[in-house]
Design a protein around this ligand. Structure first.
Ligand SMILES: C[S@@+](CC[C@H](N)C(=O)[O-])C[C@H]1O[C@@H](n2cnc3c(N)ncnc32)[C@H](O)[C@@H]1O
Length: 273
């Protein structure tokens, strides 16, 4: 049999598991709390940027990959927007905390027919870094912004590469990024390109900023990383960069006064249509 025939008989290669499948499964106990720890670390910064961009009364908003919905609800309850459509592949956490003015849509933003309408604000935080072909998703989301509206994207920037000191935290983070990339395709190497991608998608007055939450013992961000490592432990260990003992040591380091390291930052980029 020729090699081509063998390939045809075997069928297409199995699809790579996605976010929420091999890791970060929403049905696993505590996954909503993990997302909330990340939200606690970043929500005030996100809300301040959205308000500075003018988001407020009268705005119809789309929150893509809304998770537990902390930003969606604050848009309604604090910023007084006209309404938020919160989209996620799994809306169980959103449905658990309903709010008037917050509508839910269970959908995959990468699906061919995804077209929820046009919005004055389109927002996605910590979502695109987990998706294949982020440049296509950026273009798709830019197309959902109505004229005069704004696209706001936030994702993680890794500060543990290159010459960063090899603290137990940094070693664990390197294993985490590699393990997530190998398992579900998470890729933060794109994130510094977002300003250029928004401009290429036709948006104007593109701006960007980075926030790095302090990594101090007991902080929401420290608890977020410890919990994230626990849930991706198998993927991290399979990289060969850490073993279970190193990972346990990194968690103890995070919780100790010895901890002196930079958390991953959050890059927020925006542009107007
Ligand atoms: C890391 S969480 C971020 C949640 C929230 N945006 C936040 O910052 O707190 C990523 C979210 O994106 C959702 N998600 C992942 N892939 C998605 C897709 N293809 N379409 C829609 N939502 C997706 C996940 O279900 C999860 O709720």
């Amino acid at each position: 049999m020729e090699p081509r025939d063998q390939d045809a008989a075997a069928g297409p290669p199995p699809a790579r598991p996605r976010y929420g499948e091999a890791v970060f499964r929403p049905e696993e106990a505590g996954e909503g709390e993990r997302i909330d720890f990340g939200a606690l670390a970043y929500d005030d910064v996100t809300m301040a940027r959205l308000r500075a961009l003018g988001v407020g009364p009268g705005w119809r908003c789309l929150d893509v990959g809304a998770g537990t919905g902390t930003v969606s609800r604050r848009l309604v309850e604090e910023a007084g927007v006209a309404g938020v459509l919160a989209v996620d592949r799994d809306v169980r956490f959103l449905a658990a905390r309903p709010v008037a003015g917050l509508d839910l849509l269970e959908a995959d933003v990468t699906a061919p027919g995804f077209d929820p309408g046009r919005f004055r604000l389109v927002h996605a935080r910590f979502v695109l870094m987990h998706l294949p072909e982020p440049e296509r998703v950026v273009a798709r989301l830019a197309g959902l912004v109505e004229p005069g509206g704004v696209l706001v994207l936030s994702d993680a920037v890794d500060l543990t590469g290159g010459t960063a000191p090899g603290t137990p935290y940094a070693v664990a983070m390197r294993a985490m990024w590699r393990g997530l990339r190998d398992t579900i395709g998470t890729d933060v190497s794109w994130v510094p390109s977002y300003p250029a991608l928004l401009r290429a998608a036709g948006l104007r007055r593109v701006g960007a900023e980075v926030h790095v939450p302090p990594l101090v013992p007991g902080s929401p961000i420290s608890r977020f990383w410890a919990d994230t490592w626990e849930r991706s432990r198998a993927a991290m260990v399979s990289t060969g960069l850490v073993d279970d003992a190193a990972l346990d040591g990194a968690v103890r380091y995070l919780e100790s006064e010895e901890c002196a390291a930079l958390s991953a930052g959050m890059l927020t980029v925006w542009g107007r249509r």
